[in-house]
Design a protein around this ligand. Structure first.
Ligand code: ADE
Length: 227
């Protein structure tokens, strides 16, 4: 899968070089390319923002550099899905990650300040598939951290990126419930014991216990996830 990220802070995306996704990049499973929006400016100060029409606080990203960068990226083809991370977007959830993991190519456009001139979204939507997506009901300073989270959530679902694909199916949100608690050795630690059922060798009992734990945890902390 090819992933393009456009940002004025390319160094923030540098953490994608490490860990699991770093290995996937190194082996070619993920082709992540980070682009500096300022390379598409043509003034001495490499200006990317300006004051908002209609007044108000903050700065808005000007459309011209975005238009130029997206012209270049869209010319590469492969029917990419273009994502604009914004707190005003549709919530990004595990089903979103699963859907995006099926794409051949994703382009992420990181806005800063009060956002990107809306005409960029409109113009892009006329020539590509576009989604505005929010990481959650909170406000970040820009799309970069949201994109890091989205790329990690999507990238680990790309076949081959995770060594043991079974570990993908039992985790929180994949089945609509939160994950059950996990334990490892030693069986007794600081007076706290691993639940006996997990050491019983009874696979049916273990499965039932985990299911109950998942349901109880979901009822307690995320009742909104239950049908
Ligand atoms: N940019 C700023 N806040 C954001 C959020 N919550 N989700 C996605 N992009 C953002």
């Amino acid at each position: 899968m090819r992933i393009d990220v456009v940002t004025i802070f390319p160094e923030v995306l540098g953490v994608l070089d490490v860990s699991l996704l770093g290995r996937a990049r190194a082996t070619g499973l993920l082709d992540v390319r980070v682009h500096d929006l300022r390379d598409a400016t043509h003034d001495r100060h490499r200006t990317v923002d300006d004051t908002p029409y209609g007044g108000g606080a903050g700065m808005v990203m000007r459309p011209e550099p975005w238009g130029e960068v997206l012209d270049g990226l869209l010319a590469d083809g492969d029917d990419p899905l273009v994502v604009f991370p914004t707190p005003a977007g549709t919530p990004f959830t595990q089903p979103t990650a699963v859907r995006w993991a099926g794409e051949r190519r994703l382009i992420f456009c990181c806005g800063r300040y009060e956002g990107i001139d809306q005409r960029v979204v409109e113009h892009t939507a006329a020539r590509a598939r576009v989604e505005e997506a929010s990481l959650g009901d909170f406000v970040l300073n820009g799309g970069e951290v949201a994109v890091l989270a989205m790329v990690e959530a999507v990238g680990r679902l790309v076949p081959g990126v995770i060594g043991n694909p079974a570990s993908l199916t039992e985790e929180s949100h994949e089945g609509g419930l939160l994950e059950y608690p996990s334990y490892t050795k030693p069986a007794l630690w600081r007076g706290l014991e691993v639940p006996a059922v997990l050491r019983s060798g009874d696979h049916g009992a273990v499965a039932r216990w985990r299911r109950e734990q998942s349901e109880a945890r979901t009822r307690r902390v995320r009742p909104d996830l239950l049908p």
